[in-house]
Design a binder for this molecule. Structure first.
Ligand SMILES: Cc1cc2nc3c(=O)[nH]c(=O)nc-3n(C[C@H](O)[C@H](O)[C@H](O)COP(=O)(O)OP(=O)(O)OC[C@H]3O[C@@H](n4cnc5c(N)ncnc54)[C@H](O)[C@@H]3O)c2cc1C
Length: 432
């Protein structure tokens, strides 16, 4: 048994870790002690990727490309392949992943199982919208292929299926054309939620990527930075130098606290406000601003941290987001990284996919025990009343009734579960 933590580092739990390396032998591994659970890069913040006391099938040994058709951008690979390695291969050949989250250090299997989203949901949907087919191995030894046009019900259960329908072994992805690695960008400061929504609405038609950073400590006096970008036709610029650093140790207490947050947020805002306007950015710093600081999650200290990400429908979005920001400001808890963005008006591909039309707010909170739990209860009440939902990929504590209310297709999903697969999250939210 070895200790395994997820990205939030709330604790380290004992697991039996088995490394998968041969895609033709996965069924044999799944024949061992159960229940098991696929584990990619453990970049999920909470317990969706954990199975304490039981088996984790680590997939990062399944990291081979299978085929890449450069004429039509179809790429087939093993499910432990990192998005970073796909981007490296594809961008040099004029292709790119259509949907990519805020880190490229995740696996294809993890991206499918959480149906991850990027900054361009209104154009390309979520990760699963760009998966053409996948191969799933179940603990009864069966293997099945599925996609939007082949066993679509298995596909809809597995995309966003939280790893609970089987182990994804291979996937075929549709990439999108790009001229090169650059984006034309613009940063616009805003000073109220009304301004944010106006910017979001006015940007959708002309900008592919939209996201904003918001200072969550201000309560009713808000400010934020709205970032938007489009793939650029610019080519031939020098590639940026790698600036990779590593958080060298776990500090004895969280570096994110009441003393550091306000000055940090003010500095971030003023530095970037000064840089506001148009520019050209490489895709790596634009999409993955934190990837160059390895293990930045250590800065929250030994007790770790939570991320709280909700989505609420657009009609009540302004009031619900304002109510959450007010609660957070009142609590004095807060976040370096408060991200506010809108999702497009489209139906998600998975039965348990997180994205739905509306507005999503994501914040990190140091784990301060009861105090943090009480704030989350108040935020839950706002999300519940707004008929919103929380993102399982980021969750370690949502109550079961909020999960059931937020995911109305849960009953439709349950028959597709593999009885030999379980996670800490499934036991918490589905009873087994
Ligand atoms: C800095 C940072 C930024 C992020 N930004 C975003 C963002 O912008 N948008 C977003 O949507 N998410 C975001 N995330 C969350 C992250 O993209 C997801 O949690 C992702 O699923 C992690 O992938 P992973 O390979 O680490 O999988 P893990 O975290 O190891 O596992 C995630 C789930 O996938 C399942 N799984 C993994 N591999 C397989 C497989 N082969 N077969 C079946 N199931 C499998 C696991 O069982 C588990 O349920 C961010 C995370 C970080 C740390």
């Amino acid at each position: 048994m070895v200790g395994v933590a997820s990205w939030g580092r709330l604790a380290s739990w004992e697991h039996e870790v088995q490394v998968l390396t041969d895609r033709t032998q996965v069924a044999r591994h799944l024949d061992g002690p159960l229940p098991g659970l696929a584990y990619g890069m453990g970049r999920s913040y909470g317990d969706v990727c954990l199975n304490p006391g039981h088996v984790l099938w680590k997939t990062t040994g399944l990291d081979r490309f299978i085929t890449f058709d450069e004429a039509n951008g179809r790429l087939s690979c093993e499910a432990g392949m990192l998005l970073r390695d796909i981007q490296n291969l594809a961008v040099a050949r004029g292709w790119m992943l259509p949907v990519t989250p805020g880190t490229q250090l995740i696996t294809v299997g993890g991206a499918i199982a959480n149906d991850v989203h990027g900054k361009n949901h209104h154009v390309f949907g979520s990760f699963g919208d760009n998966v053409c087919r996948l191969t799933l191995v179940r603990t009864d030894g069966s293997m099945l292929e599925c996609g939007p046009g082949e066993r679509p019900e298995w596909f809809a259960a597995t995309v966003g299926g939280l790893g609970l329908t089987g182990v994804i072994v291979t996937a075929e992805l549709q990439l999108r054309r790009v001229a090169g690695p650059w984006l034309d960008t613009e940063t616009v400061p805003y000073a109220s939620l009304d301004e944010f929504f106006a910017l979001a609405d006015n940007s959708e038609a002309a900008w592919e990527h939209t996201v904003s950073w918001i200072d969550c400590l201000g309560g009713s006096s808000l400010h934020g930075l709205f970032m938007r970008g489009n793939p650029s036709s610019v080519t031939g610029l020098p590639e940026p130098k790698s600036r990779s650093k590593k958080m060298p140790f776990v500090p004895p207490v969280s570096l994110v606290n009441g003393l550091t947050l306000r000055p940090f947020n003010m500095t971030y805002f003023h530095l970037n406000k000064w840089k506001a306007g148009r520019g050209v950015a490489h895709y790596e710093p634009f999409f993955y601003p934190l990837d160059h600081l390895h293990e930045w999650n250590r800065m929250y200290g030994p007790k770790g941290f939570f991320q709280y990400q909700s989505v609420v429908p657009r009609a009540v979005g302004r009031d619900a987001i304002q109510a959450m920001l007010t609660e957070i400001a009142k609590s004095g808890e807060g976040s370096f990284l408060a991200v506010l963005k809108t999702f497009g008006d489209r139906q998600a591909p998975g039965m348990l996919s997180f994205p739905e039309p509306g507005v999503t707010l994501a914040l990190d909170f140091p784990n301060r025990g009861e105090k943090t739990a009480r704030l989350f209860d108040r935020l839950d009440a706002i999300v519940r009343e707004a008929h919103g939902r929380l993102y399982p990929a980021k969750d370690a504590r949502m109550p079961r009734d909020l999960f059931e209310a937020g995911y109305p297709r849960l009953a439709e999903f349950l028959p597709y579960r593999d009885p030999g697969i379980s996670s800490a999250l499934s036991r918490r939210l589905m009873g087994h």
